[in-house]
Design a protein around this ligand. Structure first.
Ligand code: NAP
Length: 387
């Protein structure tokens, strides 16, 4: 165990450098600053950043006492890697990383282990930008560690397979699922997160049948593919949105049957008790009471959006209508393959704006403002140049 005491005379912009391979079991004494044990950085919100943070009042100067406890196994691994970095991680890699909660992305060189016998290595061709990437680069969920290379809606081509890999060969297109040839790679990329995140709960919660009336809340990256999947499954679909301007596209382009403006009391009142299920994709804190009101008796509200703060759950409307609130998180590999095959059969892709890698910070700002129709996808293969 090692103790470090840092004293700063300034109250602002104090940062601790990340200390690799040590687990931070810390305490912080400061009048205004808190330490985030995940990013090892100091932040100054009005409350501790996570339940593992703590504070004590002190005077003018900022004293930070940090305790590092070593995990023996990790420590051994760390020493091994430190002694032989070129053997442990011999493969050079390149990406765009956020270095702190400003979320600004910049070129980042790092390294990976050699391809193992069960590994598949592939060259990333396209990468969709999900709102989760935005939550993560800005540490809105309090779990980010920096440097952080975001991006998980990735598709590409296999360049190497390990000796025990049987399902894939060099040149295949995938995400370690097979991307059907009928799907263009760029518009298929968002299906790997947005697509499966909507497909899976529609199936699991039984909202995938003709005659079922489904509501999709939030017509963003997730929401717009949700409308397409629900329609292809035979459901009747109502979009519930804060943006009246999206009505025409929701109906004419994505195939929704109807559209409700969630801030329009009259429209919401008229639609009370009409939906069998709702998939809520909203990325920010919002009231769910009106959504529960839209459900029929036994209706299901499924949350897939991940706001940074808890939502308020009114209990009585659930009791009276024996209604259900549930959640869902992306989907497994088997179901992801099933979703892609379904998408290929029904000609479902995301509506995308393809961008170059150097546009990514502007794209993040635009996503934050809801200014995208409906998913940014980075052309990684053609535009991400090693710096
Ligand atoms: P997005 O493209 O930004 O879409 C979110 C939509 O939510 C917006 O287009 C907007 O639609 C609506 N919205 C935004 N702020 C709102 C507010 N204050 N009140 C009401 N509605 C608001 O984001 P996304 O990529 O679809 O992701 C949505 C959320 O799902 C994020 O929190 C993301 O982290 C999460 N997510 C979860 C999973 C999972 O496995 N569960 C997977 C991926 C993403 P309207 O203009 O139509 O109102």
């Amino acid at each position: 165990t090692q103790h470090t005491l840092i004293r700063q005379s300034s109250r602002s912009n104090v940062r601790l450098r990340p200390i690799p391979n040590h687990q931070l079991t810390h305490y912080v004494r400061s009048s205004t600053l808190y330490i985030n044990p995940h990013s090892h950085s100091l932040q100054c919100p009005n409350r501790p950043h996570s339940e593992r943070d703590s504070r004590k009042e002190i005077s003018d100067s900022i004293y930070i006492s940090v305790e590092f406890s070593s995990n023996p196994v990790r420590e051994k691994q760390r020493k091994m890697v430190a002694n032989q970095p070129e053997k442990e991680h011999p493969v050079p890699a390149f990406g765009l990383a956020a270095r702190d909660p400003s979320g600004v992305l910049s070129p980042f060189n790092f390294s990976r282990r050699a391809t193992g016998e069960k590994d598949v290595k592939f060259k990333v061709m396209y990468c969709g930008i999900c709102h989760s990437d935005l939550h993560m680069v800005k540490n809105e969920w309090g779990t980010s560690t920096y440097p952080l290379v975001p991006g998980h809606e990735i598709v590409g081509e296999v360049t190497e397979v390990g000796s025990q890999v049987e399902k894939f060969k060099v040149g295949d297109r995938h995400f370690v699922v097979r991307v059907p040839d009928a799907l263009p790679l760029d518009a298929a990329a968002p299906l790997l997160c947005a697509g499966i995140t909507l497909y899976s709960p529609l199936r699991y919660y039984g909202l995938d049948k003709p005659g079922i009336h489904v509501g999709v809340v939030g017509l963003g990256g997730l929401g717009h593919v949700g409308v397409k999947f629900a329609k292809a499954m035979g459901a009747k679909v109502t979009v519930i949105s804060t943006s009246p301007a999206k009505k025409q596209e929701a109906i004419e382009r994505h195939g929704a049957d109807s559209f409700l403006v969630s801030r329009d009391q009259e429209q919401m009142q008229a639609a009370m008790g009409t939906l069998d299920g709702i998939i809520d994709t909203v990325s920010a804190v919002h009231p769910i009471m009106p959504l529960i009101g839209l459900l029929k008796t036994h209706g299901k509200l499924v949350l897939v959006g991940a706001p940074e703060k808890p939502l308020e759950l009114p209990v009585f409307p659930l009791l009276m209508g024996r209604k259900i609130v549930g959640g869902s998180c992306i989907g497994g590999m088997k179901e992801t393959q099933e979703m892609l095959d379904f998408a290929a059969k029904h000609n479902i892709t995301a509506d995308i704006e393809v961008i170059s890698a150097d546009y990514v910070n502007t794209a993040m700002e635009r996503l934050e403002k809801g200014d995208v129709k409906y998913r940014f996808v980075i052309d990684v293969a053609k535009t991400l140049q090693q710096g």
